[in-house]
Design a binder for this molecule. Structure first.
Ligand SMILES: *Cc1c(COP(=O)(O)O)cnc(C)c1O
Length: 478
């Protein structure tokens, strides 16, 4: 295929929009409630309002708050609303970011620099965090020259406090907990982590990227969970994503600090550029105005009542999912029921989770496969209400089919995931996935095959290697 070129003269708007609509038809069907991650949809009416707000600020640039004072004002108000929701004291400050990943990179940078300001001799500042913490921390550590010390989790998905205590050392500059962690939806024991942080004189960051805009409403609806936000006095910073349960447009999150003395380590200023003095709070230079305005609009449009209603509906979906999964022989739930996340796994000797996942995907569901242990993640939303019974019926049928056809485990993506769980060489999967990315982003880059029926290109070779390794082991023993 020859590469696409910029057209010599502009296409007609109608034809451009028609092409976009057609391309979009191939994507995950979130409006029908077929996605259980990535999409946080609060209905068509809300969507249109957020879209209109985004449109109004399409061209504006929050890089320079002097030129676009309205954007700075909205950012301040969004931070204040978030602080109110997360029980911040009056000293609370913060900023908007492009999403959870940027928030976490910035938090890591802030606490690295704060740590280095007290201990400039530190070579490799360390962060102690649960094994379930989001990979954005790994990405940040990689970029910032920091080292992660990962603590194990208990059977209920909460971080093991004894292990955390053992991992904290002289190089630790930050302790992290999640509210909730993504894989199982469990809220880490933040008050106890706070005590550990205080005992060792280190800051505690709570990653509430997922839960920041839904746990407060669930608590008000009576869902029991440990204190997890700025109520816990040792929590020094907290991240919460507006583009998840804030029902804002994508590209919006907040990062809050208990006080400006901490946040100051986040800022970047340079004064010797011929282009002038340059100061920036976050990672971006040019900052789109659309997501800021859309987030501001979303908070105003929802109001407490709107959020409470949406949270109640998401919880209803979660409760129905939990009850439904419990009723399916061979399956069980992971984690604690204190967030809108429902994660199911198979009993020992039960049906292969990944083979079930393949069947669900073939039936038109967007499936979020997890590992260690093999499980499937469902983030619930009001939009899933229409689909939850259908999902449970398809899940029960798929579990049944896999139980009577164990060979399905050797097909489709199940083969690859099953192999990954057993592969003796860790670096192999990493290398092969990197190759897939190089192919996807290479000159002939294309999206991966839809449907997921075909074995990914690298899995064949990996399976082969695995088989040979297994035979060698067997041979050695025999
Ligand atoms: C989504 C998420 C993040 C990362 O946020 P992005 O907006 O995807 O960059 C971080 N932590 C948790 C717990 C999340 O769920």
């Amino acid at each position: 295929m020859s590469p696409v070129r910029i057209p010599a003269t502009g296409d007609l708007p109608e034809s451009i929009l028609a092409s976009l609509a057609a391309m979009r038809g191939e994507d995950a069907r979130y409006r029908e409630g077929r996605t259980w991650s990535m999409i946080y949809y609060a209905g068509d009416g809300h969507h249109q309002l957020v879209q209109a707000a985004h449109d109004l600020y399409l061209a504006e640039n929050a890089l320079n708050p002097m030129a676009f004072k309205s954007l700075r004002r909205m950012e301040v108000e969004v931070v204040q609303m978030a602080s109110g929701l997360l029980n911040g004291p009056p000293s609370t400050v913060g900023c908007m970011t492009s999403g959870g990943t940027e928030s976490l990179i910035l938090a890591m940078k802030t606490w690295r620099d704060a740590g280095l300001s007290r201990r400039p001799w530190l070579r490799s500042p360390e962060v102690v965090l649960p094994r379930t913490a989001h990979p954005a921390f790994d990405k940040a550590a990689h970029m910032l020259g920091m080292r992660l010390r990962k603590a194990e989790i208990g059977a209920d998905g909460r971080v093991d406090l004894h292990h955390v205590g053992r991992l904290i050392g002289r190089r630790t500059v930050l302790l992290v907990g999640s509210a909730p962690q993504y894989p199982h939806g469990t809220v880490d024991p933040i008050p106890q982590l706070g005590e550990l942080a205080a005992r060792h004189g280190i800051p505690l960051h709570v990653d509430a990227c997922f839960g920041g805009f839904i746990l407060p409403w669930l608590e008000r609806l009576g869902v029991v969970m440990p204190a997890w936000d700025l109520r816990v006095p040792q929590v020094r910073s907290i991240s919460a994503d507006l583009h998840k349960y804030g029902y804002a447009a994508k590209g919006a999150a907040v990062l809050l600090y208990r006080r400006i003395e901490d946040m100051k380590h986040q800022f970047f200023v340079t004064t010797d550029w011929p282009g002038g003095i340059y100061a920036s709070p976050g990672l971006a230079g040019t900052r789109p105005g659309g997501p800021i305005a859309a987030a501001w609009a979303a908070l105003h449009a929802m109001g407490e009542q709107g959020y409470l209603e949406r949270a109640g509906e998401a919880w209803q979906v979660a409760e129905r999912l939990r009850a439904g999964v419990r009723a399916i022989p061979g399956l069980h739930l992971l984690g604690r029921p204190e967030s809108p996340i429902v994660t199911w796994a198979a009993d020992p000797g039960g049906p292969d989770v990944y083979a079930i996942a393949d069947l669900l995907q073939a039936a038109g569901w967007s499936v979020d496969r997890q590992q260690a242990p093999a499980s499937v993640h469902c983030s619930t939303n009001a939009v899933n209400l229409q689909a939850v019974d259908r999902y449970l019926a398809d899940l029960a049928e798929a579990a049944d089919r896999v139980r009577s056809n164990p060979s399905l485990s050797g097909e489709g993506q199940a083969a690859m995931y099953g192999m990954m769980a057993k592969v003796p060489v860790n670096g192999l999967v990493q290398r092969e996935v990197r190759k897939v990315m190089e192919k996807m982003y290479g000159p002939d880059g294309a999206p991966p095959e839809l449907g997921g029926e075909a074995l990914p290109p690298w899995a064949g070779k990996a399976l082969d290697l695995f088989d040979r390794a297994r035979r060698r082991v067997r041979g050695g023993r025999g």
